[in-house]
Design a protein around this ligand. Sequence first.
Ligand code: ATP
Ligand code: MG
Length: 773
Amino acid sequence: MTTTIDFLSHLNPSQRQAVEHYCGPLLVVAGAGSGKTRALTYRIANLILKHRVDPENILAVTFTNKAAREMKDRIQRLFAEQLAMKQHGQRFDLLTEYQQTLLRSQVYKDTIKDLWCGTFHSLFSRILRFDIEKYVDEKGRRWNRNFSIFDESDVMTLIKEIVNKQLNLDDKKFDARSVRYAISNAKNQGLSPQEFEQEQPNYRGRVIAQVYSLYQDKLAENNALDFDDLILVPTRLFQQNEQVLGYWHRKFCHILVDEYQDTNRTQYQLIHLLVTNGETRKSEWEWQNRSVFVVGDADQSIYSFRMADFTILLGFQEDFGDGLVDDDTRTMVKLEENYRSCENILQAANELIENNTQRIDKVLKPTRGPGEQITCHKADEELAEAAFVINQISTLENQNPELNWGSFAILYRTNAQSRPFEELLVKYQIPYTVVGGMRFYDRKEIKDVIAYLRAIANPSDTVSLLRVINTPRRGIGKTTIDALVNASQQLGTTLWEILSDETSVNTLAGRATKAVNSFAEMISRWQGQIGTLPVTEVLQGILEDSGYVQDLMSQGTDEATDRVQNVQELYNAALQFQEENEEVSLRDFLSSAALSSDLDNLKEGQTAVSLMTLHASKGLEFPVVFLVGLEQGLFPGYRSLSDPASLEEERRLCYVGITRAQERLYISHARERRLYGSREPAMRSQFIDELPEELLTTQRLSRQNYTKSASTSNGKQDTKQNWQVGDRVLHKTFGIGEITHVFGTGSKMSVAIKFSSLGQKIVDPRVAQLQRV
Ligand code: ATP
Ligand code: MG
């Protein structure tokens, strides 16, 4: 049966060819903003609607959780639009809100719920929740499906313990961070500690191999995996167990991968195993009702420091197709129109990337008008740079009704650069989010509560148990804890086995016996609840009975109040998770918490300026983009100045940054910058010189504007102001607005201010402590 699938009309002919491709391998290569992600999304919809593929047979891999959410939303919308025509004979947007909600929830139930769409890490951790018990590592160890996912700080705790305590290494020579990096690289290359050791030519390498091996012991003892394991373990499992691989191979008939240029070898291997069922002879591959569809752009490969390798993209046709000609249209589609950026921006990006030698030339034609010129701004130092950017943002937001705070992105090379921007954004009360900054789930109080949950879900997780055994303080001191841990190590059991045995506790815990026993009772009580009560109820019990919240409340400081609110937000997150997913288990909630990259899912609907590193901006788009800190040694980074290959990667990063912009692009650099404490003169980035001069205009912050922002930035308020219609002012609660009326004079004066989001308000300028901006 064929359905009229009118959404295909939203696509150009090449996209359509990609979307309508059904079985076999297909590679879509194209430059930034050419609609690769759109093609991938529509293809999922087309597989389900036209080819009647069951959503549960589709595996779609995205680079971030946010991208996965957007993709699911988009598909849900496409289906709801189809259904609206079918059921109501009307366009979706013409239906009542109630009808729209009903349709969306129907689509969710019938389609989206069963679709496996997420990052490599989230998808494969889900597979492990089913099958990890069938995995055996090279030392014969096993994990169970309640495994914990250790985040970076848990991992660093373990590594430091091994480096500093267990092996007593000189931490100048064996800095924990660099050891950690080496281990992560080994895992990303699929190497076990033994395999890694064999590759080491020198003493240092062999010591790191030893740390790696001890680290694996600790993970296994805790029934825990780290992020790299979420890719490595399923690969190994698939290689060692045909039945397991066979099951997932049969299930996932259609595999789609976005941002394929940034996959690494282990991720590639996973995809290859799933597609081929581990069969090495191509003649044995079964393409009937099966496809692998990847999209990518080698010019946007920016994760080589995580072992991503864009030659994997270039080898796709060879790997999965019959490796005929490079241009074989049966296995490759090129997209050549850019729909995102105005022509000037696109031309700048194209000219910049042409300076790279390692690339395949491709065509990227504009479909939009020339747009504004690109503004290049030179500031005196980093604070002035931030003042320029924030000033532009508030002016543009104010002057253009089609822009809101969410239309702006500030992109930088390194995380630390966000500080001056954040300070000014706070000062001017402009809402903002730092994408990929301190994760919600990395806050101390959230980690504490999550540790309770992890200890309950996975009693072997000693790291979590130790985190909460005396948090809040319940009189279990270090000596007692050491005695308990020691005993468990001597006996080769987990700490929990000791804690949960009253006799052992009575013997070991001395004065703290009562406290330890009641802690253990509490934990086992909650353990007993997880099968029967919803996650939120268990969580509520923990918050009330552990004394954690009470302890915070009794501190009475602002910081403690903040922490209580965050804990409350965690409860909301659990509630939301429960509403969005059917039959959630505590395990699932913990996986999603471990893998979430920031709080953005909890704050949906709020518009805010986005701040992020260039790496985090991949795949996104914004009407107005500020690329800041374009200075030699910062961007391109210092190390790349003497290494041509990494200079090319920096240039790709700059290409990614430029191509995020839809309408306007600003590039800025400072004459001098405080780096590592000392103030250094800075030279403008060579990337600016590589842009076509005729597309750039220079803009300085006018002296008047600059003094204004400088005077407000020292926090003084204008007390004896002569307020006038047209003044732009900052109100301490309502943010920035424009004065539309002035009533009375002197001490009787009041003013009407129009705020973009709140409408008009009349205020007393002295009470409101207005400041001019
Ligand atoms: P990137 O390389 O940055 O990931 P991309 O190739 O994945 O970019 P998309 O994000 O899919 O590009 O699309 C870029 C923009 O162009 C989006 O706003 C998308 O909605 C729009 N777009 C894509 N295809 C078309 C089309 N055929 N007609 C109109 N707009 C389109
Ligand atoms: Mg994309």
